[in-house]
Structures are given as structure tokens and as C-alpha cells.
Design a protein around this ligand. Sequence first.
Ligand code: NAP
Length: 258
Amino acid sequence: MRLGFIGTGNITTAIVTGLCTCDPPAAATIWVSPRNKDKADALAARWSAVQVGDTNQAVVDRADMVFLAILPQQKEEILTNLHFRKEHVIIHLLAGTQVEEIRPLVKPADRIVRAIPLPCTAIHAGPVVVYPDRGEAVSQVCDLFNRLGTVITQAKEDHLETLAVITSLMAPYYALVEAVTAWGTAQGIDRKDVAAYTASMFGALSQIAESEAQGDIRSLVTESMTPGGLNELAMAVIDGHGGFSHILTAMDAVKRKQ
Ligand SMILES: NC(=O)c1ccc[n+]([C@@H]2O[C@H](COP(=O)([O-])OP(=O)(O)OC[C@H]3O[C@@H](n4cnc5c(N)ncnc54)[C@H](OP(=O)(O)O)[C@@H]3O)[C@@H](O)[C@H]2O)c1
């Protein structure tokens, strides 16, 4: 499978890094477009599977699967100048852009799979939501992304967009870890130790929530609270300050902006 990337920015760098660090590597040949030049050259210098096309069209011509990784507002200008083949599988990554907006820009290719990978694909971790949820092209795309993280397919495109809202919690999550770290540091503990402890604990809790809870997160909350214990006290204090309602308000705001 020959892969091509139109737009060599942050997300392409993450995906290509993830693909090239799989054991065995997930793709024999990866063509990236010449822009951004520094990023494209850096990827090609680092991984023998990566080559930089002279033009966007050269990338499209040499690929079986074409990732669209340009900014949403650039799609008409860039894609209308490219010639796609009917047999291309198009992996569309553009935020806030429906598949039907991409379809006329890539015809005659009509196998379009929308996905939202995250920068953590570089370390083969984290979720990748894929729409739609069936078909040969979707299977091929899922096989690829399964090497880079946890694939969650959705039958409805608006559900993919709703899951995308959750990605807006990356900065708030790190801010939570930072607040806890700052608190521990103020107690006199080495900052690196508090940060490592906190991130490791949250990582372990996330593993349990992902692999064992089957969606029943409420039970994990309950099981974690010994009556009269420290977690119960922490929950009571947080609930007394409005609980997590501000998180829901933030997610509603992000969804309205999408
Ligand atoms: N970053 C994420 O976590 C993430 C996650 C999921 C989806 N996405 C989506 O992926 C897309 C790319 O995001 P990004 O974060 O990677 O953005 P980015 O770092 O800004 O990458 C966009 C790239 O497109 C290049 N470009 C500009 N004009 C071009 C042209 N005519 N032909 C080819 N390439 C051109 C830019 O080059 P210059 O630097 O030279 O302008 C830049 O390298 C967006 O639509 C975004 O919504 C991003």
C-alpha cells in the first residue's frame, strides 16, 4: 500500500512518525507533499520509507491512499487543481468539513473515509475516530490506524463530530495535571516526581476505564470512594464547587463553534 499525504504539517508528521515506528513498519512507501518543506525534508531524512514529492500531484499520482491534511479553508484552492483516480481511497482529516464537501473536490474518487487522528498517533496511542463504520475502504483505513491507536468507528458523521469535541479537553487535561503538580511542588516534593506520579496514576486509571469498564464509568467512581475515605472527601469538595458542570459548559461551547 502506497500512502500519500497532501499537507505536511503537524498531524502528518505525527501519523508518519507513528507509521514508520511500527514494528514491522505499517507502510512500505510514504509520499509527502513538498510543503511544509522543512517538515517534509525532516521526515524523509529520518525514515527511508518517506519520499518528498515534487508537487502535490506527484504525491497523488504515486499513492493508493491519499491523506488530506491541509487546513479546511485551503481545500478548494488545493484540491480542485489535483487529478484523482477512481480507485484512490481518500482519508479526509479536515476539521469541521463534511464528507459531502470533499466529494466534489476529489472526484472521480468516491471512497472517502473521514478520520480524526491525534498527535499521540506518533507514539501509537490514543483514539482515532473513523466514519463511516463499514466498507472495504473503511477496513483498509482501520487496519492502518489500528497500528497507531484505538480505532472507534461511527455510522453517523455527526457522532464523529461530537467525539471530536472531546479533543478540546487536551489542554484542560494537561492544565489539571499541572495544577496537581504545582500543588505537590508547593508541598516541597520535586516537581518531576509529582508530575510523573500524577501522570502515571491518571494513565493507569484511563487504562482501566478504557479496557475494563465497558462504558460503566459511574461504577468506577463509586468503587473508588471508600465511605468516609479520601476520595469521598475530594468528590464532596468538588461537588460543592459545582462538580464538573463547567466541563460540560465548555464542551457545549466547543460544539457550537464546530
Ligand atoms: N493537528 C491535529 O491534532 C489534527 C488532528 C486531526 C485533524 N487535523 C486536521 O488536519 C489538517 C492539518 O492540520 P495540522 O495541525 O497538521 O495543520 P498544519 O500543521 O498547519 O499543516 C497544514 C500543512 O499544509 C501545508 N500547506 C499549505 N498550503 C499547501 C499547499 N498548497 N499544498 C500542500 N500543502 C500545503 C502547510 O504548509 P506551510 O506550513 O508551508 O503553510 C502545512 O504544513 C487540518 O485540516 C486539521 O483540521 C489536525
